[in-house]
Design a protein around this ligand. Structure first.
Ligand code: PCA
Length: 277
């Protein structure tokens, strides 16, 4: 019998799993399943095929049917960038690798983006549409800054001091011709700054995300999702490994702690009803 049928039986066809979480159900059934082993299950969960950790309200529960059963839990879309500007690394990519799979009852969906004005935005927005996450936390590098900065504002303008990784170099074009001049982060930025600072990492709010790919992504995502879920962009300084000895830098470990504190803060903002839903 298929797992999805078993789960339907167990929950009596109701839309909401009710008294049993899908994970509990999987654990209950794991022993009976052939050829699926508990190890397979763990792998599937970590690959994001299943992302239900703890109880979720009914509206978050959808069945897709591949493979067997796919459940959408509350998730946070977390994005980072590839290297750019001649660097061999982008610390946000390393941070993404270090972040856990879950924060509280939220599953993290990690997405690495190209440093390209159009593709970064399109890729992130397509993933947003696919996942319908409860929040979006985007990470990028702002070499030269001395603290982690939480951006308040996306501007509807693109300028490249250097071409993006596809070779495109805009000079004042809008991110979206139909959009307003500015869009504002829909998360509680000051709450995030407090949370990151409380974790011991220097952090400030910033009203200037630049005019490069990061700003275009922040603006583009806010324009796309209408700020309906908490959406925020966080810039990190150079990593120590990047070797800019004349510029401020930070350890990847500390930037990861900062990012995690920020994500946790956003999920707590959702749970407490300050933002979103
Ligand atoms: N920082 C750039 C783009 C990619 C990144 O990590 C920016 O601040 O626009």
């Amino acid at each position: 019998m298929k797992l999805s049928d078993l789960f339907r039986d167990r929950t009596q066809g109701r839309d909401c799993p009710g008294d049993i979480s899908f994970r509990e159900f999987l654990e209950e059934k794991a022993a009976d399943m052939d050829p699926l082993t508990p190890d397979d299950l763990e792998k599937w969960i970590s690959d994001g095929h299943f992302a239900l950790f703890g109880e979720v309200p009914g509206q978050w529960w959808t069945e897709v049917g591949i493979p067997l059963l796919k459940v959408r839990a509350r998730g946070v879309l977390v994005t980072a960038f590839e290297p750019f500007g001649g660097e061999t690394m982008n610390p946000t990519e390393a941070i993404l690798g270090e972040l856990p799979e879950t924060v509280g009852s939220f599953a993290l969906r990690k997405l690495l983006l190209p440093v390209e004005f159009a593709r970064a935005r399109e890729t992130a927005c397509a993933e947003y549409d696919r996942l319908r996450p409860a929040a979006v936390v985007m990470l990028g590098q702002a070499g030269g800054r001395s603290t982690v900065t939480v951006e308040t504002t996306g501007k509807n303008v693109m300028n490249g001091r250097i071409p993006d990784n596809s070779g495109y170099e805009p000079h004042g074009e809008p991110v979206d011709e139909n959009g307003p001049e500015k869009l504002f982060s829909s998360a509680d930025v000051d709450g995030i700054v407090r949370a990151v600072s409380a974790a011991g990492i220097p952090c400030e709010r910033s009203d200037d995300a630049g005019e490069y790919v990061c700003n275009a992504l922040l603006y583009g995502m806010l324009f796309h999702n209408g700020g309906k879920v908490p959406t925020v962009f966080i810039h990190v300084p150079y990593a120590t490994e990047q070797g800019h000895i004349d510029k401020p830098s930070m350890e990847i470990r500390d930037m990861t702690r900062a990012s995690l504190a920020a994500i946790r803060s956003v999920t707590e903002q959702i749970e407490s009803g300050i933002v979103g839903m």
